[in-house]
Design a protein around this ligand. Structure first.
Ligand SMILES: [Zn+2]
Length: 402
């Protein structure tokens, strides 16, 4: 079984040898990451990326910390080969979802290893993938037989709507790049497309009244129910994609009403819609707003406000992309079971960071079903395999054939 390297007494990463990392070093890096709480809404990513910058600096790699909102920051580091070639980016988010209410069997920040698995919040989504990317990045820092540029991009706030990636896209820290690997958990399978997310808030304003005289009021909750019925019949929901199936929409939050005998004059409903590549969120919103206008017409004197809380487009990288080809070939070379490139229903930072002409691959260790769960854990052999896969893909991508 893998032995972990002890952390320094101050809790910082222990550094004892130059790149490339041994398997034990990789595990120690992951353990440090898991012990550093970066749960969403705690806004502690700034300290995490500052420690990571030190870790890279001790290995001769300069990085840039890009400050976001208070306590939050992205990190970008680049390796230049000195030879012309493509720009490949390794990308991972360093925040995790909160712990939830259920009691954990193992400490969520203990990074305990048992039976070949490492336990902790973020082990599979996605500190495992991020640590494997960093190990592979360090493999390249130690060699000079490649061309082009390799960057490492660590984002904050992915779990709360890709806030760090939005900052990164806005300040063009990575521009221009040709291809990106995002280490979200896919059980190390090749994923070349994913759905987009359109989060909607619907606020209905009616008129209050006595519960015994509903005809005197305008019931905002009933307006919400009508709205939901309309949403389920959206034309946009009839689209389909060979890898991703159909779009989905679900009611995820609902507030309304004051007491049982009062007609509610205000209700707010939130919906999570997942869209397909090629679907314009502007077009979907136009359809949604038309439903709201119809309801307003039926509830004379009522008012409806539709708001897009977040709009993250879907992602699709063509199957013939050199990046996808490199990923499938690398898996084959490493003797992994043959599989086609697939799709994922969740979104990634790729929604925000994609640009015309860029290819994005989603591939990372960890079962996507483990993500966000109580007692999240990661198989260490999958974790170590991911590092080999990343290095294999990047070699194919960055090493010229001559
Ligand atoms: Zn994730």
């Amino acid at each position: 079984m893998l032995q972990s390297r002890p952390a320094r007494p101050d809790g910082s990463l222990s550094v004892s040898r130059p790149a490339p990392l041994s398997d034990d070093d990789c595990v120690a890096l992951l353990q440090w990451m898991l012990r550093h709480d970066t749960t969403a809404l705690q806004a502690r990513e700034e300290g995490f990326v500052a420690e990571l910058a030190k870790y890279l600096a001790e290995r001769g790699i300069a990085s840039r910390i890009i400050q976001g909102d208070e306590g939050r920051a992205n990190l970008v580091a680049s390796l230049e080969s000195g030879r012309p070639g493509p720009h490949l980016v390794f990308c991972g988010h360093c925040d995790t979802v909160p712990l939830g209410d259920r009691v954990w069997q193992k400490s969520p920040f203990g990074a305990e290893i048992e039976g070949g698995r490492i336990h902790g919040r973020g082990s599979s989504d996605m500190k495992g993938g991020l640590a494997a990317l960093i190990a592979s990045f360090l493999d390249f820092s130690a060699s000079n037989d490649w061309s082009g540029r390799l960057s490492l991009a660590v984002t904050y706030g992915e779990e709360t709507g890709s806030e760090g990636a939005k900052l990164m896209a806005g300040d063009r820290s990575l521009d221009p790049f040709d291809a990106m690997i995002i280490a979200e958990p896919t059980s190390n399978r090749v994923v070349r497309s994913h759905k987009g997310a359109l989060w909607l808030a619907f606020t209905a304003m009616g008129r209050t009244g006595h519960g015994s005289m509903p005809q005197m009021g305008l019931n905002a909750l009933e307006m919400v129910i009508r709205f939901r019925e309309g949403l389920l019949k959206l034309d946009a929901l009839t689209a389909s994609d060979p890898l991703l199936g159909r779009p989905t929409i679900c009611l995820t939050r609902l507030h309304g009403g004051t007491q049982v005998n009062v007609i509610p004059d205000r209700a707010v409903a939130e919906f999570d819609m997942r869209t397909l590549p090629g679907q314009s969120h502007e077009d979907v919103l136009a359809e949604v707003r038309a439903i709201a206008r119809e309801i307003e017409a039926d509830y004379a004197g009522g008012k409806i406000v539709v708001e897009a809380l977040n709009s993250l487009p879907a992602l699709a990288t063509p199957v013939e992309s050199p990046l996808i080809h490199a990923a499938l070939e690398t898996r084959r070379e490493l003797g992994m079971p043959a599989s086609e490139a697939g799709g994922a229903s969740y979104f990634t930072d790729g929604s925000v960071l994609q640009a015309p002409g860029t290819d994005i691959l989603i591939l990372g260790p960890g079962d996507p079903g483990e993500a966000h769960q109580t007692d999240e854990s990661l198989d260490l052999s999958d974790f170590l395999a991911a590092r080999l896969i990343y290095t294999g893909i990047a070699r194919r991508f960055l090493c010229s054939p001559e």
